[in-house]
Ligand binder design. Structure first.
Ligand SMILES: Nc1ncnc2c1ncn2[C@@H]1O[C@H](COP(=O)(O)OP(=O)(O)OP(=O)(O)O)[C@@H](O)[C@H]1O
Ligand SMILES: [Mg+2]
Length: 310
């Protein structure tokens, strides 16, 4: 296959992955703002109904509808039940039949009895959002779909769902649709992924493992690793040395200032070590994002992170 080398915001579909709590949701939103700033009609998709988007954009719950949160940027929170309903409505032309299926709660039972079915319909909805000519009524055409994926372990099985289903259902519509989803995920010209990491030992190790699994086991392209929340290097070694005398000062306050500077400097040095390790352990290009010194990441902070992604 002839693979174009596309940057991570130039694809149609990007999965943002990583260990729990590393900043996937924050980075997904910052990437969305970045892409929208560049004039791309973008949608950020939440799959675990965490409603991070509504919190940052101070919107009412985003929910299962495409909501414009700012210029050129939309958000949706995918609910598997709603996806299933929409899917069935598209597939079954006979209304009486659809009503019967919903009334009988058959799908709830089916989903409970079929591990992975919720994930499959969620990926089906992501596929639908990424179509250039959507069949859904009022379906908007997006240039870029950014998925705030589940944390590492779940994220891997999430992306593996279509292949698992295609292998179980060897023939029939389920097989061909699952195969189509798998092909979308593995199409390096259309779909990519970003791994978010933190400058700490375990997240760095996990990032290397995740890169191997995504590219090897799943076959999805990994386009960027984002080292999130790096401390600024405010006190380089030579400055700390110059400040050294303060540590000996008889003034208590000056000694505390020195200790604070020293601790910042050590922390930043330790983070830089982890960044160096990461560079040695992964083959994907790395971008960095600064630590935002605020009680929570606000829209202003998300915009600042988006600027940094330039
Ligand atoms: N660059 C940053 N600077 C400061 N705080 C950050 C930064 N990035 C993320 N955070 C904060 O870290 C916490 C975790 O971020 P976030 O929710 O984006 O992570 P996540 O990977 O989506 O977590 P989960 O796995 O639970 O979904 C949040 O409180 C967020 O505000
Ligand atoms: Mg999250």
């Amino acid at each position: 296959m002839n693979v174009l080398i596309l940057d991570y915001l130039e694809k149609r579909l990007v999965f943002v992955t990583g260990k729990g709590g590393v900043g996937k949701s924050t980075v997904a939103i910052a990437m969305g703002i970045r892409a929208a700033m560049e004039g791309k009609r973008t949608i950020v998709v939440e799959v675990a109904s965490t409603e991070n988007t509504s919190r940052i954009f101070k919107q009412e719950e985003v929910g299962y509808r495409e909501l414009e949160v700012t210029n050129d940027l939309w958000a949706i929170s995918i609910d598997p039940d709603d996806s299933m309903r929409e899917y069935v409505l598209l597939q079954l032309k006979v209304k009486a039949m659809r009503d019967l299926l919903f009334r009988s709660r058959m799908f709830t039972y089916l989903a409970d009895a079929t591990p992975g079915l919720n994930e499959l319909v969620t990926i089906g909805k992501i596929w639908e959002l990424a179509q250039p000519d959507r069949k859904i009524r009022h379906g908007r055409r997006y240039d870029l779909v950014i998925v705030d994926s589940p944390a590492t372990g779940h994220g891997i099985s999430f992306l593996q769902t279509p292949r698992t289903f295609a292998n179980i259902a060897r023939v029939g519509p389920m097989h061909s649709q699952a195969r189509e989803l798998e092909e979308m995920i593995c199409n390096h010209n259309l779909t990519g992924s970003v791994i978010v990491s933190l400058p700490e030992e375990m997240p760095v190790n996990e990032t290397a493992g995740l890169e191997a699994k995504l590219t090897g086991d799943i076959g999805v392209s990994v386009d960027r690793v984002i080292m999130n929340a790096l401390y600024p290097d405010r006190f380089p070694k030579k400055d700390i040395k110059a400040l050294g005398a303060l540590g000996e000062s008889s003034n208590h306050e000056l000694r505390s200032v020195y200790r604070a500077a020293l601790s910042q400097s050590r922390r930043s040095a330790a983070q830089q070590e982890q960044l160096t390790r990461l560079k040695e352990m992964v083959s994907t290009p790395i971008s960095t994002l600064p630590f935002i010194f605020e009680p929570e990441v606000t829209l202003k902070a998300a915009r600042q992170l988006a600027e940094e992604l330039a």
